[in-house]
Design a protein around this ligand. Structure first.
Ligand SMILES: Cc1cc2nc3c(=O)[nH]c(=O)nc-3n(C[C@H](O)[C@H](O)[C@H](O)COP(=O)(O)OP(=O)(O)OC[C@H]3O[C@@H](n4cnc5c(N)ncnc54)[C@H](O)[C@@H]3O)c2cc1C
Length: 497
């Protein structure tokens, strides 16, 4: 039997991100993935929200941006059948990268391997047992069954997580009896796109741009690039699909036909996907030495938020696990993973369930609700608030007195005696950093007792505080204005042992 630091079950985006972050923290992860090859199924079409800023801090965003081949769409995001249009904002709170999930996974796989993570594909985890010191997983590999033992196991094994089930973690919530289908196809022969954006469809007449509600569901369309249209349907169907089983063109065409009540021609498919909506969140993100992250921990009933939440789980958990492996984790540090990420997940659940209420109602009251919210979404203050909600940039982890504590550290431009740097640059190696912005040797002296915390004395325009103690995941552990050194010592002890 082999012994490793952390076993990561599942090489989806969450598991791969976790493996890379664990390597940055100096820990040996072993990733076990049941599929023999990298996934090709069309799932997410892009990545957006707070995670993009973290990826930039890690120096990874440029690489992801370079892999984007299609046009970058305008910053307009769906919100419960309506749209949040951020195009007029100079500094929008939400950004997105149109990077198909299969490509994202390949890049994250490259990154994790470059950093030295071991990834075994074709290895399915069947059993998980733990005692006070370690966790053992039973694996079925290409050469037969075997066992591996680790200090911790993280289930990044998706919606039907076996790790979650074996750890006895509940997954309460709702599955909505509704199927969403999306397809990008070339402009079908016989269909005319009018100058106002509406479609003329033989046999069906004019189909207006945006969403059309019928008693069979919702049909939507918009243009993607010249010559390519995006169609979508939402139908009430009490069927559970496996997300890894792709949809074909005939299934999509039949769905549009049912919603619009007539035959609808489709061109060449560029991208087809189907998903069902669930609102479920793990009752606990950890049980003993076993944790869950990503879709294994939460499923939200709206698009565009799941990857952001899952990758941020991974970043939050990695350095805390490393502290446990290295033996310096202060009491309660690992418990903050559940406290913080369950809290963040609950907030995402709040707005995605509000979107369900907006989207699903078919009576005049629901129409009125949509009209009112649609009107509000023309107001800049509201657009900013809702954009930040979708992006998760408004998250402030609980605890801490200073208003900056628990928020994501802004990327300050820093001027040091050794030249210019920035918060992003300091966080590239995922080390905790103390940034002294007001020439406070008294505070730097305290931090010197924690050699694992890097110290940077710098000047910046409009400093948000005298000093910032920033965790490896980019969140502020402590911020000083007038606070005495004792408060800093308490924060360092609580977070960094
Ligand atoms: C059609 C569609 C469109 C989507 N669009 C978006 C979008 O626009 N934006 C967005 O943010 N999200 C979107 N999502 C959701 C997004 O795809 C998921 O949130 C994401 O895949 C979750 O990543 P994960 O790594 O947590 O889990 P998964 O991607 O599910 O990965 C889990 C991995 O674990 C492996 N595994 C499972 N069990 C075991 C086992 N016992 N042993 C070993 N390995 C195991 C699986 O094979 C899989 O590779 C979409 C999903 C679908 C289906």
């Amino acid at each position: 039997m082999t012994l490793t630091d952390v076993i990561v079950v599942g090489a989806g985006p969450t598991g791969l991100m976790l493996a890379a972050e664990l390597r940055l923290a100096g820990v040996r992860p072993l990733v076990l993935e049941r599929h023999p090859r990298l996934r090709e199924t069309a799932k997410a079409g892009g990545l957006g929200g707070q995670i993009l800023e973290l990826l930039r801090y890690r120096g990874l965003l440029e690489r992801l941006e370079a892999a984007v081949t299609g046009p970058v769409p305008p910053p307009v995001f769906p919100f419960g059948g309506l749209h949040v249009d951020l195009s007029d904002l100079a500094d929008p709170p939400m950004h997105a990268l149109p990077l198909p999930q299969a490509r994202l996974e390949r890049l994250l796989d490259d990154r994790a391997r470059e950093l030295g993570a071991e990834i075994r594909r074709g290895h399915e985890v069947l059993a998980v047992t733990q005692d006070g010191d370690s966790v053992t997983v039973g694996v079925r590999g290409p050469d037969g069954p075997y066992e591996v033992t680790a200090r911790y196991v993280v289930g990044c094994d998706g919606p039907r997580s076996r790790v979650r089930e074996l750890a006895g973690i509940g997954f309460p919530g709702t599955s909505y009896p509704e199927v969403n289908r999306i397809g990008q196809v070339t402009v079908p022969a016989g269909i005319t796109v009018r100058p106002d954006g509406d479609l003329e469809v033989p046999g069906l007449g004019t189909v207006h741009a945006g969403f059309t509600r019928t008693d069979r569901g919702v049909f939507g369309f918009g243009s993607v690039t010249p010559g390519v249209l995006m169609f979508s349907t939402v139908e009430e169907e009490p069927v559970e699909y496996d997300d890894d089983v792709p949809m074909d063109l005939a299934e999509f065409q039949a769905s549009i036909g049912r919603v619009l009540g007539g035959e609808f021609p489709l061109g060449e498919p560029r991208r087809l996907s189907r998903f069902t909506f669930k609102a479920r969140q793990a009752s606990s993100y950890g049980a003993g030495r076993v944790f869950v992250a990503g879709d294994a921990a939460h499923l939200f009933p709206a698009t565009g938020v799941a990857l952001n939440a899952g990758l941020l789980d991974a970043v939050n958990l990695a350095w805390k696990l490393a502290a446990g492996v290295d033996g310096w984790a202060p009491p309660g540090l690992l418990a903050t993973y559940h406290e913080e990420r369950h809290f963040a997940g609950a907030r995402t659940m709040l707005h995605t369930q509000a979107q369900v209420a907006l989207r699903r109602g078919l009576d005049p009251a629901a129409d009125a609700l949509r009209e009112v919210v649609g009107e509000l979404l023309t107001d800049e203050v509201v657009v900013r608030r809702v954009g930040a909600l979708i992006a998760g940039t408004d998250i402030r982890y609980p605890g801490g007195d200073h208003p900056l504590t628990g928020t994501f550290a802004p990327d300050l431009a820093l001027h040091t005696d050794d030249g210019p740097t920035s918060v992003a640059e300091l966080l590239r190696r995922a080390r905790p950093v103390f940034v002294d912005l007001a020439g406070r040797p008294d505070l730097r002296e305290v931090v010197a007792e924690w050699p694992r915390v890097e110290v940077c004395a710098a000047k910046t325009d409009r400093p948000p505080a005298d000093a910032l103690l920033i965790r490896p995941d980019g969140y502020i552990a402590w911020a000083a204005s007038e606070s005495p050194a004792d408060a800093l010592r308490a924060a360092l002890t609580a977070w960094f042992g």
